[in-house]
Design a protein around this ligand. Structure first.
Ligand code: FES
Length: 97
């Protein structure tokens, strides 16, 4: 997918959401040339996690996660599932998973 289809990823720290094969995914621009991707399916009981101040929060029981997908508070649970991301800076494309 093309980075340019997600205006939020123009800036370092930007977060965009999308769907891959029916799974809601968050993409985070970690630096100029590195990106992370996380499943937005909550590791607690499967609700869809939302983008939240400086990270993510699950609306069902309040688990919160930082932009690296690490659990930081609320309902205790695992970290968000992450996917490997390959960025082709010449083409401006991301390969996720
Ligand atoms: S389902 Fe997300 S905190 Fe419980």
């Amino acid at each position: 997918m093309s980075v340019s289809q997600f205006p939020a990823l123009n800036s370092v720290g930007g977060v965009a959401t999308t769907n891959i094969n029916g799974t809601p995914i968050a993409i985070v621009r970690e630096s100029t040339d590195t990106f992370s991707a996380f499943s937005l399916i909550c590791p607690h009981q499967g609700a869809t996690i939302g983008v939240f101040t400086n990270g993510f929060q699950c609306p069902r029981h309040g688990a919160t996660f930082d932009k690296q997908g690490q659990w930081i508070g609320g309902q205790p649970t695992s970290n968000m599932h992450s996917y490997p991301v390959t960025y082709d800076s010449a083409a401006g494309t991301l390969a996720i998973g």
